[in-house]
Design a binder for this molecule. Sequence first.
Ligand code: IMP
Length: 221
Amino acid sequence: MSAEAAGIHTSAPGVATTPRGEQNHGHHGLAGAPVPAPVPSTHPDLAEILVTENALRVKITELAAAIDADYAGQEVLLVGVLKGAVMLMADLARALTISTTLEFMAVSSYGSSTSSSGVVRILKDLDRSIEGRHVLVVEDIIDSGLTLSWLMRNLSSRHPASVEVVALLRKPEALRVDLDVRYVGFDIPSAFVVGYGLDFAERYRTLPYVGTLTPEVIAAG
Ligand code: IMP
């Protein structure tokens, strides 16, 4: 995501209050408050690590166990939303024991410089029909939730047997939209985060953890 599209000036990095797991729409109570960790000296651009490598590993194992139990005996089509969901897709898919196939979509959200409008353009569509399939959308992060709302409507119109969502991260704003997210890794504060697939101007996606950037890095854009 670009600095502008990220609306970074409206969401300063740093830990604010943490939303509670009970706002998880009555589904799996997996969303937990991440425990910040010290930043390694090898990554001076980061202000704080919000979700460590180990916390990611543990959470993905938990998510996979819940998904395995819910879809036991069924085949699931995992739909990853590029590019941010690539890391989660790779780790989650390997942690699942149920039968899965993989597809990817790329979408771009039109909006003002600071927010997603919910008007979405498909940059890369699915390669095949999802009719009659159990679809599980794999998302990196839900911010306003507008992109995902649009995607859910779009996928539902293709007559799948079911469509659910697994999102690694969720910001508080997402709780304000009517969005049924079945599996959530972590509820995080409204800070702009990078790593584990998430970018700032296409950088930092390959960090193995999720963290916030220093104000200097953000200002330099
Ligand atoms: P939404 O429509 O506002 O929910 O937009 C969600 C998309 O915005 C995500 O799939 C990310 O690509 C991007 N995004 C939202 N918050 C962040 C962030 O903190 N870091 C990096 N990308 C983000």
